[in-house]
Design a protein around this ligand. Structure first.
Ligand SMILES: C[S@@+](CC[C@H](N)C(=O)[O-])C[C@H]1O[C@@H](n2cnc3c(N)ncnc32)[C@H](O)[C@@H]1O
Length: 161
């Protein structure tokens, strides 16, 4: 876990980068990486992002990365998806003006649902939605996996205007 986060933290020493994920093995390997590479601008929160947003209401983000968030591709697990209209709305309230949300998935159904939900959000929030070439994306573990499987990766940037 954390390839994208480590890349950002390394190249933006004056920024605070927060990793939020309940997957403890991933959090542990991220911390190990930070220690080994003397990266000291990272905080971690080992719980779901919904809990983070609820707990720290005074934090406003410049960028939020939600990359390959779907570890449960089966249809019966769709209700567990995080990137849905209500969540996007809550996230937007916590993003600075001109701030960005990056969303990537290799699950075509998740991508289509995300686009649908973003259109719902767009009715009440001032946002732009752009498709980005996935070559712009840091090669995370699941991005590598998607490439190996030959899966198409959809990458979006949502800007709060
Ligand atoms: C398929 S992995 C992708 C990991 C990494 N982003 C990558 O690209 O390699 C999905 C990760 O999303 C995390 N996740 C799923 N729902 C989450 C939520 N609500 N809040 C925080 N993390 C979540 C999982 O614990 C898992 O580590």
């Amino acid at each position: 876990m954390g390839q994208n986060l480590l890349e950002i933290a390394t190249h933006n020493k004056d920024s605070l980068v927060i990793g939020v994920d309940p997957f403890l093995n991933g959090i542990a390997s991220l911390i190990e990486n930070c220690v080994n590479n003397k990266i000291n601008n990272v905080l971690v929160y080992p719980k779901p992002i919904q809990e983070f947003l609820e707990q720290f209401k005074n934090i406003y983000f410049e960028k939020v990365f939600i990359l390959f968030p779907d570890p449960w591709p089966k249809k019966k697990h769709q209700k567990r998806r995080v990137f849905k209209d209500k969540f996007i709305q809550i996230l937007l309230e916590r993003i600075k003006k001109n701030g960005e949300i990056y969303f990537a998935t290799d699950n075509q159904d998740y991508y289509e649902q995300a686009l649908h939900d973003l259109e719902i959000v767009k009715k009440t929030s001032h946002i732009s939605i752009q498709k980005v070439d996935s070559n712009e994306l840091v090669l995370t573990k699941y991005f590598q996996r998607a490439k190996k499987l030959g899966n198409n990766v959809n990458f979006l940037v949502i800007v709060k205007l």
